[in-house]
Design a protein around this ligand. Sequence first.
Ligand SMILES: Cc1cc2nc3c(=O)[nH]c(=O)nc-3n(C[C@H](O)[C@H](O)[C@H](O)COP(=O)(O)OP(=O)(O)OC[C@H]3O[C@@H](n4cnc5c(N)ncnc54)[C@H](O)[C@@H]3O)c2cc1C
Length: 386
Amino acid sequence: MAELESFRAEIRAWLEENCPAEMRKPVRGDEDVCWGGRNCEFQSEAQKKWLERCAAKGYTVPDWPKPYGGAGLSTAETKIFREEMAAIKARSPLNSFGIWMLGPALLKFGTEEQKVHYLNQIARGEIRWCQGYSEPGSGSDLVSLQTFGEDKGDHWVVNGSKIWTSYANKADWIFCLVRTNKEDKYRGISFLLFDMTSPGVSTKPILLISGASPFCETFFDNVEVPKAQIVGELNRGWDVAKFLLGHEREMISGMGGDGGIASLGALYKDVLEHDALLRAEMALFDVESLAYRAHGERFMDEWKSGRAHPAYSNLMKYVGTELNKRRHELVMAAGGTEALEWESQRTNEGGKPRAWLRTKANSIEGGTSEVMLNVVSKRILEMPGG
Ligand SMILES: Cc1cc2nc3c(=O)[nH]c(=O)nc-3n(C[C@H](O)[C@H](O)[C@H](O)COP(=O)(O)OP(=O)(O)OC[C@H]3O[C@@H](n4cnc5c(N)ncnc54)[C@H](O)[C@@H]3O)c2cc1C
């Protein structure tokens, strides 16, 4: 205990000295978020410094081993690090599909050479990744995917297309599910990594209901992928894909947290004085949100130390995203006419309605709520059927 307390003091002092004041202010929108990558444009000197300082100490990925760009912190130390970050409201130095999704999969399935090469790049925010899983007709039934890699000796030639690829037009590399054997549905998929600037890769943004275009259709036309860029065994990419999905769902479940707001009721107390119905709904929401946060803390401890049920992230994803949708419904209900303004300076260009519409996708991305419930009933509740 004494050791952990002295570690806490050390982290507190480091954060005090190194986290710029600007990086302790609430994130206003995507423009305040640093995604790294080759084409990264830092919004300010403070944002750049914050990433560089964290990366130098391994704090962008505090629990990864030091040789792979992390700080080598234990589960208990990582928790303290995150608590101290939250205490000063420090922004995340780096948002990254590499950190949240690919990194854990590489740590488990990658060769030593791949770990040293890719994980260090991810930790420093040098390469921005996107996820090439879904295809037209293969979303929930992902295993039916058709993008094909033809064996050409020392490389594959990949043809096909992906859909809903978040930030494909901004990413440097893709982690991609490719069929390498047409005879076996499950044992015919390989997990490949390749550069988005490879000849034959193109993207086309898709407009979302919120007015933004954060994701794309992605096309592969005779893309050459060297054999060294496979993660895990040939035709066993489904194992890697499922493991990664667990981490994706754990990441998305975080939406069920407080969203930076401890109590919606407290935030809207003036409105609630005159609306008993909304007051009751918000009170119920606040209680459920508190319960979810408490449950989430226990889950994270168990998940990080490998003690959680492997399917539990599906349950957390389901509850977390459904809660987040309800939070935004309530914000809209309490926001009055201002919440309906789409384009105006005083509403930060319709921040509320755009965020509300964006949450509609939460229970679809990373696997739909219906599919999460199927997994929970089969794998956690062990119910019979389909
Ligand atoms: C914002 C956003 C970002 C995304 N980013 C990415 C990304 O970066 N990379 C990527 O690869 N994909 C991404 N996706 C795609 C996402 O993973 C798929 O949309 C999701 O898996 C659902 O697949 P689908 O859209 O093909 O719907 P479908 O699978 O066609 O489902 C349609 C409906 O049928 C229901 N359904 C399907 N099967 C069952 C079943 N067995 N039991 C009960 N109900 C069922 C679903 O719940 C849904 O309501 C993103 C999606 C969104 C919305």
